[in-house]
Design a protein around this ligand. Structure first.
Ligand SMILES: Cc1cc2nc3c(=O)[nH]c(=O)nc-3n(C[C@H](O)[C@H](O)[C@H](O)COP(=O)(O)OP(=O)(O)OC[C@H]3O[C@@H](n4cnc5c(N)ncnc54)[C@H](O)[C@@H]3O)c2cc1C
Length: 422
């Protein structure tokens, strides 16, 4: 067990989200330093909510009650060598966890594009990386420990009834103090960036390596960049790979942003946690001045989805910083956008202008509707709640779980009430 104690230089509870498009409306902000203090805070409260690292873009986590950060609790990393699992504090950032795991010879199977996010916050929204055989980050969760609405400590694990409903919990079922994740032996990857992919080769490209992301800008039907994160012992893609050319210098997904912020490319081998994310821990991820939306559709629909979006490309391009295409394997988690569906995932990094972006989000959703898109729970979407319920087969089961675990609405927020009316 590694005991680091409370993070010395950790920031106070954030007053707004990372992007700045949400200023938290909380009446009070808390940063307890022990689980007992956290439990007392809940027991003496009527409306309260956790905040992680604040990297979500919508108001699901925005309470008018009290907002509590768990980053002041002791940060622990406990590896169970026999089970192949690690138990960590919910507020720990993936980047900090990854460094500690790697020194012990372990890895997580996948990571998101940025290592700055907290484990509990990322899992709550089904955050994901890319890879046809890799589930989202929540699918690696083997157990959780929550402080429930009455202040009790509730451990749940894979064999627990309704566990599959509790992992992607939208922050609404309790405060996640500890998370147990499956680990794999540490491994090395190389990252190559290839330029100018034709759409006809998209599916092959996405399935060509451990984790693949494709970036485009909707200004032409061509796909601008392919980021291939491949096993270090595999040969580099050949010079004429799928009709692309090799990037001869490091790239940033957003044109004009510094490539120094990104993990090493050009085939330099390195540990999993310094290749799977696009962005380095100590640097600003992405542009920093942006909004994001993302939709999960059936993987088999990838070509048709891009063709459908062509109709609104002229609306997308002017408000877009970059579009990323990824894949995620199916899982069993109730509210996961990947529930029982291998997924093709279309992500938009928008300019930081809500008024200009929202009508385009609506137009994108209209074009995607025939593919039953499931939006990312942590990003901007405008889907009608009744419609969204039809796209998640276990939506009603989650609503019942919510009513059962939080009957008085301790963890409810206005956005949650809109999507899961009481
Ligand atoms: C630059 C950038 C890049 C991104 N890249 C990706 C990507 O590659 N893939 C992807 O899928 N997403 C991506 N995201 C989205 C991001 O991963 C999710 O929004 C994620 O939820 C953020 O985690 P967080 O710790 O910041 O959570 P927060 O935004 O702080 O909270 C998210 C939700 O979790 C709840 N929560 C937080 N902590 C707890 C806790 N301890 N207990 C209970 N509930 C809790 C909150 O109440 C809230 O509802 C990106 C975001 C940014 C800003």
């Amino acid at each position: 067990m590694t005991e680091q104690g409370p993070q010395a230089a950790a920031p106070e509870v954030p007053r707004r989200n990372w992007s700045g498009n949400v200023r938290y409306a909380a009446r009070a902000f808390h940063r307890p330093t022990s689980t007992d203090e956290l439990r007392r805070l809940v027991a003496g409260n009527t409306r309260l909510r956790a905040v992680g690292s604040g990297h979500s873009f919508n108001r699901f986590g925005d309470t008018d009650g009290d907002l509590v950060s768990l980053a002041g609790l002791p940060q622990t990393v406990e590896v169970d060598h026999e089970r192949g699992q690690v138990t960590v504090s919910g507020a720990m950032r993936y980047g900090d966890l990854a460094r500690q795991l790697h020194t012990q010879g372990y890895a997580l199977a996948n990571l998101a594009s940025l290592p700055h996010i907290s484990v509990a916050g990322a899992v709550a929204t089904a955050t994901h990386g890319s890879g046809q055989t890799h589930g989202n980050l929540a699918s690696a969760v083997a157990a959780l420990e929550l402080v429930t609405a009455d202040g009790d400590l509730l451990p749940v694990h894979r064999d627990t009834d309704r566990f599959a409903g509790m992992v992607v919990g939208l922050g609404a079922l309790g405060l996640v103090t500890r998370v147990t994740l499956d680990v794999v032996p540490a491994f090395e990857l190389r990252q190559y960036v290839r330029l100018d992919l034709g759409r006809e080769a998209l599916d092959e490209a996405l399935g060509s390596a451990y984790s693949v992301s494709v970036f485009t800008d909707w200004r032409t039907p061509r796909l601008r960049e392919v980021w291939r994160k491949q096993a270090a012992d595999q040969p580099p893609p050949p010079a004429d790979w799928l009709g692309t050319t090799a990037a001869d210098q490091p790239r940033h997904p957003v044109l004009g942003m510094p490539p120094e912020n990104c993990t090493p490319q050009l085939g330099e081998p390195g540990p999993w946690h310094e290749r799977l994310p696009h962005f380095k821990l100590g640097f600003t991820p992405s542009s920093g001045d942006e909004l994001q939306s993302e939709y999960h559709v059936p993987r088999t629909a990838a070509g048709d989805v891009l063709a459908a979006l062509d109709d609104v490309a002229h609306l997308i391009a002017p408000v877009l910083l970059v579009c990323e295409l990824r894949t995620v394997a199916a899982d069993e988690l109730w509210l996961s956008p990947n529930h029982r569906r291998d997924s093709f995932v279309v992500h938009f990094t928008w300019i930081d202008d809500t008024a200009a972006v929202l009508p385009v989000v609506a137009a994108v959703e209209e074009r995607l509707a025939p593919f039953a898109p499931r939006p990312h729970w942590g990003k901007v979407f405008v889907t009608d709640p009744v419609e969204l319920a039809t796209r998640h087969p276990r939506y009603a089961d989650f609503a019942a779980l919510l009513a059962d675990l939080d009957p008085k609405g301790m963890f409810r927020t206005d956005a949650l009430d809109r999507y899961f009316p009481r």
